[in-house]
Design a protein around this ligand. Structure first.
Ligand SMILES: [Zn+2]
Ligand SMILES: [Zn+2]
Length: 234
């Protein structure tokens, strides 16, 4: 009986632990997952109403400077996607990384990158010690492995401990992050396309700081791929 079930349902859903015939999510959790698969903002990946247009931007990205060339998100930060991000970040569910990375690779491949080098958004080392891993680093490494891309897991560093963003306004987040990230001197990104990786984009302040650091180190173009985009103002 066990082996028949295993043939019929060879996978376990990442969210509800039910047996399923799909890798990743069961049909119920899949239906609840807010995948962005229609028209999307070319800078932050937020879903847009209507037909997909070239170089379409959402209302936020029209008003907030986005120094990177293009960006994409797999999900909006809702429902099962939110659950997945929180478990990956705080719940020690590092086993989510390969499936999340597969979705992120598929999403990133829609951008016109040439032989990109992947760099995760870093945590300050004191936070990494506390949490034991950097979820963005896990995602970047899994993506690189699956797509055959180069990855620099410590390419960006966060030399000073920045404030936690949760209770800051959008302006305070940008001020808090300005010059907070630097490219490690040994990271060779001159004239390369860089793909910055993070789990969530909220204000975009951290990704903007990462982009500035990459440009200062001579990157050709900078692209952004996140797992989930927070689409409502925090
Ligand atoms: Zn499920
Ligand atoms: Zn946008």
């Amino acid at each position: 009986m066990q082996s028949i079930l295993k043939v019929l349902y060879p996978h376990i859903c990442l969210l509800c632990d039910c047996p399923t015939d799909n890798p990743g999510l069961c049909p119920k959790c899949w239906a609840d997952a807010p995948f962005i698969d229609g028209a999307a903002c070319t800078q932050c990946g937020a879903p847009l109403l209507g037909e997909a247009a070239e170089a379409a931007r959402c209302d936020t990205c029209i008003t907030v400077a986005r120094p990177w060339d293009q960006g994409r998100a797999v999900f909006t930060y809702d429902g099962s996607a939110r659950k997945m991000v929180l478990r990956l970040k705080h719940g020690d569910r590092t086993d989510y990384a390969p499936q999340a990375a597969a979705w992120m690779v598929r999403s990133a491949q829609q951008m016109p990158m040439i032989n990109p080098v992947l760099i995760p958004i870093p945590l300050h080392w004191t936070r990494r010690v506390h949490r034991r891993y950097n979820q963005a680093g896990l995602l970047a490494q899994a993506m690189a492995k699956q797509a055959g891309w180069e990855v620099l897991p410590r390419g960006l560093t966060r030399p000073r401990r920045t404030k936690v963003h949760e209770n800051l306004s959008r302006e305070e987040r940008f001020t808090n992050m300005s010059n907070a990230l630097t490219i490690c001197p040994s990271a060779q990104i001159r004239r390369r396309d860089v793909l910055l990786i993070d789990d969530v984009m909220t204000s975009g302040a951290t990704l903007a700081a990462g982009t500035e650091a990459c440009r200062a180190a001579g990157a050709a173009r900078v692209f952004v791929q996140v797992l989930a985009r927070v689409t409502l103002p925090p």
